[in-house]
Design a protein around this ligand. Structure first.
Ligand SMILES: [Zn+2]
Length: 191
């Protein structure tokens, strides 16, 4: 996929020293690449939705009708919250290496703080935070670039892409004519 400024601008950190708030950086081959601050913002948006899904009361999760692009089956029923939770975990499992996934599980899924993670994994504090940044950037990119259904934008995941405007031109009504058979009472005369 192609990253554009219109997408990254809103996500970038305005004081980022790498992209200076534009959200894009020039890659090695001269192509524009998303800045790490954008990738981390995407991860955090997906993660906060994940936390909302897993911590909400079970009865709040509802079945919804999902539209499809194909003609054969216009829509299906699904439980979006549960699907999102499963996708979030599966994508992380596939995208991260063993060490990263362990840290991801302890810190993001089980809520362990840096002290507990460092003790459990036998790493220094600095290495912990470097790894967290790396995980956020890696998953932020995967969540956005995933095909055919990306996890980000989260609204599109849950409600489908915004529908384009109808292509048929809307004809403006012409000047309205008063039908000849209508007769109006003459002003100022009473019966
Ligand atoms: Zn940046």
């Amino acid at each position: 996929m192609e990253w554009t400024r219109s997408e990254t601008l809103a996500l970038a950190m305005h004081n980022c020293t790498h992209c200076h708030g534009s959200g894009l950086r020039l890659g090695r081959k001269g192509a524009l690449a998303p800045c790490n601050c954008v990738l981390r913002a995407i991860f955090r948006a997906c993660y906060s939705r994940f936390v909302r899904c897993v911590t909400q009361e079970k009865h709040l999760s509802k079945i919804g009708l999902e539209p499809h692009a194909g003609r054969q089956r216009p829509s299906t029923w699904g439980r979006k919250d549960e699907e999102y939770i499963a996708d979030f975990c599966l994508v992380a499992r596939r995208g991260l290496d063993d060490f990263e996934y362990k840290l991801f599980r302890y810190h993001f899924l089980l809520g362990a703080d840096w002290k507990l993670c460092c003790r459990r994994l036998g790493i220094a504090r600095g290495n912990f935070f470097h790894a967290v940044y790396r995980i956020e950037q890696k998953l932020g990119r995967i969540f956005r670039e995933l095909q055919p259904y990306s996890l980000y934008p989260v609204d599109e995941y849950f409600h489908g892409p915004a529908r384009p405007w109808p292509r048929t031109p809307v004809t403006a009504p012409g000047p309205s004519k008063v039908p000849s058979r209508l007769r109006f009472p003459a002003v100022g005369k009473t019966a």
